[in-house]
Design a protein around this ligand. Structure first.
Ligand code: ZN
Length: 156
């Protein structure tokens, strides 16, 4: 064992687990950074990967409306850019009740990065105790995946 490995082991003893991130608090903090001057609909998102990496996002609007991007996809893009492909859980925060569910584009993006869509939990939080939770499989049943591209490539 190298000195570097020993030092790492002393910081994180075998069997120790990091505390679960407070995704709801992180999503609320991200929501406060949303850029939504047109809709005034502020959305925040926080997610954790299977190996415990945490990413956040907020919606960012544009005067050219088609350029607007959702909080969920901003967080998922940050995750992907950091090299992670394994969404474990995601929380999205808005100020409406019942809490807003993710849009279709975000659902498709969640599916892309969910190795097990039936086990990937998505929770929408609104004001107070308002909560709605789904799995990715529930949000986008029969979704399009890369598995469907493979037969198309073989035909050429
Ligand atoms: Zn969306």
């Amino acid at each position: 064992m190298t000195a570097q490995r020993r030092a790492k082991a002393s910081v994180k003893p075998a069997g120790a687990r990091a505390a679960a991130p407070d995704l709801e608090a992180l999503a609320r903090a991200a929501q406060a950074r949303a850029y939504a001057p047109y809709s005034k609909f502020h959305v925040g998102c926080a997610l954790v990967t299977r190996d415990g990496a945490v990413f956040t996002g907020a919606n960012v609007e544009n005067a050219s409306y088609g350029l607007c991007i959702c909080a969920e996809r901003n967080a998922l893009m940050a995750m992907a850019l950091a090299g992670h492909r394994d969404l474990a859980e995601l929380v999205v925060a808005t100020d409406i009740a019942p809490p807003a569910s993710p849009c279709g584009m975000c659902r498709q993006t969640m599916l892309e990065f969910s190795p097990d869509p039936a086990a990937t939990r998505i929770t929408a939080i609104g004001p107070g105790a308002a909560r709605v939770s789904w799995t990715v499989a529930e949000l986008i049943p029969a979704g399009f995946t890369g598995k469907q591209l493979a037969p198309a490539k073989r035909r050429r």
